[in-house]
Design a protein around this ligand. Structure first.
Ligand code: ZN
Length: 387
């Protein structure tokens, strides 16, 4: 992760949405005489960021939560004041596909302006058959209007919805027997995700949900070890592409994970936004040989940011990742977390032309400037997005 393979005075040749050659400017000038040229002198050119964990399908920001939490309110007090996840559920259920698709597209465009070219997007605030499918349709609608690459994930297993609080197993049944089969049949999602946590779904329920996903030909990933510790052994039979959050992962599971291809996706913007003192154990994971990815966790409750450069900054300052490690985690390892490492995450011949150009003369500046957007131009599958 510390070797970024930097080419000084480098050049990239792009044709028909693909990278066809990479080398020094002198080398490429000879073989691309008729190409349009973009001057990148005194710039850093990176593979576009892969934001491998986002929740963009929601109707409104959660400002009640924001202000109440600052004032010291508890989760219950925020819910009683009309905030919390229930507010997001209401917003999604009352919105049309077109309205939600508009919100998602705006988020994708914002992400691209920070240099992101591939996004994983989850449903998860509808929490009914109809509203989860509507959320996935909104993602598909936005994806059709955006030149970047979108990977859709069904997160019907975010939390049990209020109407099934007393009978969460019935909701799990609906997920396994209705939601997952229907999302698979209509090809609305590639992955199924589950939030395995106190107050969300138990390990046993999570396993049932992921088993249904695999049975219907969908791939798996999981939110796990965010608030409490859960053994990862119960998940390995589903070969998840990624375990996400991982704040409380055990040493035994770190040792196990170092032997698997499953990526640990860390989401430090959530810790930052919640004002937590503790962050996921990035150093321990990396030093043990676990593949670590970074993502925004863009969502209205705990991480309202579309900025991967901000996440890089937090990863370096609060998790002690080096700037090079943070860039590798936000590009190539993010691609691995989505099973897209053959197409995304690095600038190599044959890969998709996802390239971001930054106003910087040293790659370390990307993690150094806090809350500043140095991205100047971005190409998604070879198409430049202007903003
Ligand atoms: Zn999440």
């Amino acid at each position: 992760m510390r070797d970024l393979g930097i080419i000084e005075d480098g050049a990239v040749l792009i044709e028909s949405g693909k990278i066809t050659a990479v080398g020094t400017t002198d080398e490429l000038r000879r073989q691309s005489k008729n190409a349009d040229q973009i001057d990148c002198s005194s710039k850093v050119v990176l593979p576009g960021f892969v934001d491998s964990h986002t929740h963009p399908v929601f109707a409104a920001p959660r400002l009640i939560d924001f202000e109440k939490r600052i004032a010291g309110a508890s989760y219950e007090e925020i819910a009683a004041a009309g905030g919390g996840i229930r507010a997001s559920i209401r917003g999604v259920r009352e919105s049309t596909t077109e309205q939600l698709g508009g919100h998602v597209l705006r988020a994708f465009n914002e992400m691209a302006a920070f240099g992101t070219t591939t996004v994983e997007a989850k449903s998860g605030y509808g929490l009914s058959l109809e509203s989860e499918l509507k959320s996935l349709e909104a993602i598909q609608q936005a994806a059709r209007q955006w030149p970047g690459t979108v990977v859709a994930t069904l997160l019907g297993a975010h939390v049990p919805p209020p109407e099934y609080r007393e009978n969460p197993d019935e909701y799990v049944r609906i997920l396994c027997e209705e939601m997952i089969p229907e999302a698979a049949r209509r090809e609305l999602a590639e992955y199924v995700d589950v939030f395995c946590e106190r107050g969300a779904f138990t390990l046993e329920q999570s396993a049932r949900i992921l088993r249904a996903a695999v049975a219907h030909g969908l791939k798996t990933r999981a939110h796990v070890n965010q608030l409490t510790q859960t053994s990862l052994e119960g998940f390995t039979e589903f070969h998840p592409a990624s375990f996400d959050h991982m704040d409380n992962v055990s040493d035994d599971d770190i040792a196990m994970l170092s032997k698997l291809e499953t990526v640990a996706t860390l989401l430090p913007a959530a810790n930052y936004f919640l004002g937590l003192g503790a962050f996921p154990p990035a150093r321990k994971l990396i030093d043990s040989g676990v593949a670590v990815a970074l993502a925004t966790d863009y969502n209205p409750g705990t991480a309202p940011t579309t900025s991967m450069p901000f996440v890089l900054s937090v990863a370096c300052t609060h998790m002690k990742m080096s700037p090079a490690e943070a860039i590798a985690a936000a590009t190539f390892n993010g691609a691995c977390a989505l099973g897209l490492q053959h197409r995304k995450g690095s600038i190599e011949p044959g890969k998709d032309a996802d390239v971001a150009i930054f106003e910087a003369t040293d790659y370390r500046e990307l993690a150094y400037w806090v809350g500043v957007n140095r991205c100047r131009r971005v190409f998604l599958n070879g198409i430049e997005l202007s903003w």
